[in-house]
Design a protein around this ligand. Structure first.
Ligand code: ATP
Length: 368
């Protein structure tokens, strides 16, 4: 790669607070590229989501899908609005269609505490919490989302189906082991916990069986198991006992919101939807329609998602400058909160503008 690499980024602000938190992320990306040098961005911003559906009758056009496929990475804020729905009443969630279309099978959800951000955990160990939840993202209890959901029969019952496949489980479990290996090299424990309900559901016993098979192939990494109900307690009581956790789609959906709560709220939780070729970087939260347009949203999860994007682009393209830029954004976020930011969701008065400006100021001087 040349020293003047330009990364093509497909940008989806989506709906609700997505329009408020996307411009700061792009601004910060431009700023860090300028500071570090060696690479640049070309952003292609596209309309998709509930508002796009209302306007054109299509939530994610073919053109958007194509651009996403062609881009080096996809930065997505949030999509969906409660009062704009498909005729059958279901929510408009094209980000889930994108996961299926691009086979983004591993939802990487870091749960990392930020200095000074209040946590409901009293323990001092919560101040240095750094664990990662890996959510299978193409099947499980969500598997029919792209094809039509469970149907109510005779107004009497409705079945949704949990689909666990060998291929789907193997690839997400391997992604978890790879991540743990990477973390081990950085001095973290390097351990993968399979979170399931193998004692009750055949599908999840199969998930565990495939996990155990993959554990044999990844013998350099410690592997163990936990039931999801016990894990809900353990994540509240002693999350620092874990490192990387891998689980079925629905369990990951729920536990990653719990994880966000441990580090201050949904506004602090970034994510990657990772596939073999593509990746979408987005906050764990939704469009937050209750606070949209008020300027009080916390953009931190979006800024940290942009940082993860840089680190991933850097690793993928062998571009150390991009990796450095990602680490700088994460460090600037930490520094901004050390400097005293308190967001609305934690009872403070800092919103999009204040957080963005403080992080941007920190980015001018922060070192890694
Ligand atoms: P989805 O189903 O799309 O994930 P959700 O139903 O979980 O969405 P969110 O949109 O994530 O809902 O919002 C849940 C709550 O968290 C709301 O009260 C919202 O205001 C709050 N929230 C979400 N994101 C942020 C943010 N970035 N800053 C502040 N509050 C937020």
């Amino acid at each position: 790669m040349s020293s003047s690499q330009t990364f093509q980024i497909a940008v989806f602000p989506g709906d609700g607070i997505g329009h408020e938190i996307t411009p700061p992320a792009l601004e910060l990306l431009r700023q860090v590229a300028k500071r570090v040098g060696g690479f640049d961005f070309e952003f292609r911003t596209m309309e998709a989501g509930a508002a796009a559906y209302k306007k054109w009758g299509v939530a994610l056009s073919e053109a958007c899908r194509h651009s996403a496929q062609e881009a080096d990475a996809i930065l997505l804020a949030a999509m969906g609005l409660p009062d704009i729905r498909y005729p059958d009443g279901t929510e408009i969630v094209p980000q889930i269609d994108l996961r299926i279309a691009l086979q983004l099978y591993a939802g990487i959800r870091p749960i990392r505490s930020i200095p000074n951000v209040p946590s409901p955990l009293g323990d001092k160990r919560a101040k240095a919490l750094d664990v990662v939840l890996v959510r299978e993202s193409t099947e499980g209890l969500f598997h029919a989302m792209g094809e039509g959901r469970g149907t109510i029969v005779d107004d009497a019952y409705c079945d949704d189906t949990m689909r666990i496949t060998r291929t789907g489980t193997s690839r997400v479990v391997d992604a978890a082991f790879t991540l743990a290996r990477h973390r081990k090299a950085q001095g973290l424990p390097g351990r993968v916990t399979c979170v399931d309900k193998a004692n009750v559901f055949s599908s999840l016993a199969f998930f565990r069986q495939v996990f155990d098979e993959r554990a044999v192939e990844n013998a350099d990494i410690v592997a163990d198991h936990a039931y999801v109900d016990a894990m809900a307690t353990n994540l509240v009581m002693r999350p620092w006992d874990y490192d990387v956790m891998v689980m079925e789609n629905m369990f990951g959906d729920i536990l990653s919101d719990l994880g966000a709560g441990l580090v201050g709220g949904l506004g602090y939780a970034p994510s990657i939807d990772l596939g073999d070729k593509h990746a979408v970087f987005q906050p764990c939260h939704g469009t937050a329609p209750d606070i949209a347009g008020k300027g009080i949203a916390n953009p931190t999860a979006m800024l940290l998602s942009a940082a993860l994007m840089l680190e991933w682009l850097g690793s993928k393209h062998g571009e150390d400058k991009a990796k450095e830029a990602g680490a700088l954004i994460a460090a600037a976020v930490d520094q901004a909160f050390i400097n005293g930011l308190i967001t609305h969701e934690n009872g403070g008065s800092d919103g999009v503008k204040e957080v963005t400006n403080t992080v941007s100021e920190s980015l001018k001087t922060v070192m890694i």
